[in-house]
Design a protein around this ligand. Sequence first.
Ligand SMILES: *[C@@H]1O[C@H](CO)[C@@H](O)[C@H](O)[C@H]1NC(C)=O
Ligand SMILES: *[C@@H]1O[C@H](CO)[C@@H](O)[C@H](O)[C@H]1NC(C)=O
Ligand SMILES: [Ca+2]
Ligand SMILES: [Ca+2]
Length: 357
Amino acid sequence: MASLMLFVAVVCQVLRIAGTAFFEVQYPSVVLSAEVGGNVTIRAGPDIGSIFLRSSTRGSIYIDGTDMMIVIEMLNSLPPIWSDMSEHGSLGTYLGGTSVSIKVTAQDPEGNPIRYEKVSGAFPPGVVLNKATGEISGVTPDIDAVYEFGIRATDNHGKHADQTFTILTREKNQCRTIPCKNGGSCIDDIDDYSCSCPTAYGGKNCQLDCANNAVGVDVGLMNIPDAQMSAHFSHADYAAWNGRLKGSGWVGEQVVNSWLQIDLGSVMDWFAVTMQGAVSSSYYTTTYTMAYSEDGDNFQDVKDTASNTLIFNGSTLFDTMTKTILPAPLQARYVRFIPRTAATNPGMRVEVFACPK
Ligand SMILES: *[C@@H]1O[C@H](CO)[C@@H](O)[C@H](O)[C@H]1NC(C)=O
Ligand SMILES: *[C@@H]1O[C@H](CO)[C@@H](O)[C@H](O)[C@H]1NC(C)=O
Ligand SMILES: [Ca+2]
Ligand SMILES: [Ca+2]
């Protein structure tokens, strides 16, 4: 303060037009002069010396409206520094399907906040970077791969530092847990597996014993809805959808040309059927044949091993259940029970045994 007052005093004293100067301040070792052309020169001197422009602690020094203190801060700002990473920036090796959360960090020497962004390469699919925290997270893909990517850490002054990282992923062998039952062989896949089942077994894990796997026509199961049961000729009060095992029964009009059809909903590996007579001592089917189809239009008869149409045994009394296992499994979506011989009218209650494909 004292020196400023002295300075002002000196200005007042020596303000004059001298030489080319419009005004000139001379104080030991300091010259401040306004030249005729309008330029202002501040010169330390005569031989050595320094000029200081000082803002107060929270002040500013403006030139043409720009705060020089901020410009100087930006010039002096150092770029962020990456924290020590393991060799080659490897962030680790992960099995497919692993939930990862890895933080990459850089510090700004001035302690300012940092933003992170990917500037090259690729993250593993399903993995993303949080630009504010530097957290890399997601679920790793189930493949053998190396992912290399560059991340840039940038401070509030635009000073940045890049670092390259790698993430290795390893395919998970979904067969390792031996998911296939009953002698099925496992085939590993991306994020999945499949089982190749011995003939008698089916289902995702070969866990189904197909000849005993009811599709659910049975009233106790009801997996097959009424709409998937149809018939050709039905006796009054014995509609197709009554033809469920342990239900009341479907009854055809006459033996000739009557049939009951079950739509399994999709093409399945069909293994066996069970038949019971209708709930009436006089309505049961003693022998029948079967036809099957994948599309509901083109039906084929079920044949025996000698390629003759197979004669199935129905009920010997209305309530007896007779199960028949096909000579070989067939692929079918629609199966038709076609009465051949019957007591009075052909009646039946049925179940179908099959495995989904
Ligand atoms: C003022 O400064 C400019 C830039 O250095 C220079 O070209 C000009 O000649 C100077 N004017 C005078 C009157 O000295
Ligand atoms: C029907 O029963 C007869 C006599 O028991 C038997 O020989 C025949 O193999 C049976 N048919 C089927 C398809 O099971
Ligand atoms: Ca900085
Ligand atoms: Ca796999």
